[in-house]
Design a binder for this molecule. Structure first.
Ligand SMILES: Cc1cc2nc3c(=O)[nH]c(=O)nc-3n(C[C@H](O)[C@H](O)[C@H](O)COP(=O)(O)O)c2cc1C
Length: 213
């Protein structure tokens, strides 16, 4: 039984969150990469990780990983384009098997229940092979009083709303660009958003159609 639950860090069942997963390899080198995590149950998460990534290799090797909840833009960028430098890693209970990142809002210690090989086809990335990981959340360490995991839907909605306020005053090619962006935002929101975000993008789309776009 978890003393701090996923609910206590605002991670809701059925929702997706953008996180940074930290792992280590056979030489005890730490790795961090952004990964979208879905909440399946009060103590269960899933994620889909590209084949060929260090993260998937490390998870297959160790059967455990840490999910870091953070909005730190430099962590997210460093972890995407390269890796996060060693000085930003810390270790749960000083145990090198549990690397997490300094000053995150919270971190989740996860153990693999199951890894399946999957081939995804209905994605902008076209077809790719990945590991579909189901993991048990064994412990949650809450470092901030209030933890707010990130979700792409609200940011996509905000960008769409800003574009809406400008669509009548820009050139035709920019209008087309805004419509493309709106369609992409709608795809993201329908994939990872909550019901309110889905209702909101539908409302916006109807309004834009009514305007004749
Ligand atoms: C916000 C964000 C979310 C991402 N989510 C995933 C994901 O869910 N699964 C995945 O395989 N890659 C995801 N990526 C891409 C990986 O971070 C990327 O493939 C990375 O290069 C793998 O690094 P690694 O080899 O250090 O593990 C995401 C990237 C960003 C920026």
């Amino acid at each position: 039984m978890l003393t701090v639950g996923l609910n206590d860090i605002n991670m809701k069942k059925g929702q997706y969150y953008e996180t940074i997963i930290t792992t280590f390899n056979e030489n005890n080198e730490n790795n961090a990469t952004p990964v979208g995590v879905a909440v399946k149950n009060i103590d269960e998460i899933t994620c889909r990780i590209f084949k060929g990534s260090k993260t998937l290799e490390n998870i297959i090797l160790n059967k455990k990983f840490i999910v870091n909840i953070t909005k730190n833009p430099l962590y997210l960028t460093m972890a995407t384009v390269d890796n996060i430098m060693d000085e930003y890693f810390q270790f749960h209970n000083n145990n090198k098997n549990y690397p997490y990142l300094k000053d995150v809002e919270a971190y989740l210690i996860c153990e693999v229940i199951d890894i399946k090989n999957v081939v995804k086809t209905n994605d902008p990335v076209r077809q790719y092979e990945a590991g579909f990981i189901k993991a048990k959340v064994c412990e949650i360490v809450k470092l901030n009083l209030c933890v707010n995991p990130m979700n792409r839907a609200i940011y996509s909605l905000l960008e769409s709303l800003v574009n809406y306020t400008r669509i009548d005053i820009v050139e035709k090619n920019m209008q087309n660009y805004f419509i493309d962006r709106l369609n992409e935002s709608e795809r993201i929101i329908n994939k990872v958003g909550n019901n309110e975000e889905k209702k909101a993008i539908l409302l916006l789309k109807k309004k834009i159609k009514k305007k004749g776009y």
